[in-house]
Ligand binder design. Structure first.
Ligand code: ZN
Ligand code: ZN
Length: 306
């Protein structure tokens, strides 16, 4: 079986298109697709400083490799940031991998911990919550968004790039629909060019399975151990459900993704028109009520501490 694009032996079959690719042509196609996504949504502008959020998992390390290569030939700079949630045993291995990759690429790397920013590690926060109704993932996500905003400002970045792939977007959409959180659907539009610190997901049009193969075929080290809190959320079930649909009907994820983008654009417009923007009375960050979700959550947790 030869590659559709060169004379080499094919190593990967792209099921939804029928394309057969060798390892090199496959990697090139991933980089090409990422570059296309970035320009389609105007994700990076001239002279931008891009904070690449690297957790040590396959997605963020793949993103770092691609963004680093791009930065050598394009007019933007990258800085590497890592958020340390404070999950004993889990984050340590990942931090070592990120540190090693950064020193090989000669990139500065800064770590920001929940403990320093919120005076609570994730595990401490989870112990303090009143009920398990707030899942560890949604709690962690709230902290992470704020930590990344802080980190991006700290390194002087204009943009934050995360390694979210197409599957992540689909899962988040389904979770938001199940929980009735339609406002959040409007946040899923990849075009964030009007936000103050732009958040971009350059891998948002690539299947998770393709990033796995990219990491594998490029001999990339990455943390394979999943987060110990992963099974608390519904995400794993939805991930498996979508994977089983895709295995029966190739391309279904791409179709769903295109629909989500359309719905998201509509929702975003109606959000902007209906919600008045205020500033949090505690930390000053933009929110829709008197206090932002992060300050509200931290206050509540600390009240349980005494
Ligand atoms: Zn080839
Ligand atoms: Zn606040």
């Amino acid at each position: 079986m030869t590659c559709d694009r060169c004379e080499n032996q094919a190593a990967y079959t792209r099921k939804y298109s029928g394309e057969k690719l060798c390892s090199q042509c496959f990697s090139k196609s991933i980089v090409h697709k990422t570059t296309k996504t970035i320009s389609k949504y105007n994700m990076i502008k001239y002279n931008d400083v891009v904070a690449v959020a690297v957790s040590g998992g396959k997605d963020s390390l793949a993103l770092l490799k691609i963004m680093h290569e791009m930065s050598l030939t394009h007019s933007f700079k990258i800085k590497v940031i890592t958020i340390d949630e404070g999950i004993p045993g889990y984050r340590n291995e990942a931090l070592e991998i990120v540190e090693k990759v950064c020193s090989e690429l000669n990139l500065d790397h800064k770590v920001y911990s929940y403990k320093d920013l919120f005076e609570l590690t994730l595990d401490e926060a989870l112990d303090l919550r009143e009920s398990e109704k707030t899942s560890s993932c949604s709690m962690c996500g709230t902290f992470r968004r704020r930590a990344m905003d802080y980190a991006a400002k700290d390194v002087g970045a204009d943009v934050i790039a995360t390694g979210h792939n197409l599957d992540d977007t689909l899962q988040t959409f389904v979770i938001n629909m199940i929980s009735g959180d339609t406002t959040k659907v409007g946040w899923m539009d990849p075009d964030t060019s009007t936000n103050s610190i732009r958040k971009i997901k350059p891998l948002c049009e690539i299947y998770e399975s393709e990033i796995v193969f990219y990491a594998f075929t490029n001999d990339m080290p990455f943390q394979s151990e999943p987060c110990p809190h992963m099974n608390e959320g519904i995400r794993t079930d939805i991930r498996e459900f979508l994977n089983s649909l895709e295995s029966q009907r190739s391309g279904i994820k791409n179709n769903l993704y295109q629909s989500i983008i359309k719905v998201s654009k509509v929702m975003k417009k109606s959000n902007i028109n209906s919600k008045e923007r205020k500033n949090c009375e505690k930390c000053g960050s933009e929110c829709t009520g008197d206090m932002c979700s992060v300050c509200t959550m931290v206050l509540k947790l600390k009240a349980n501490q005494t």
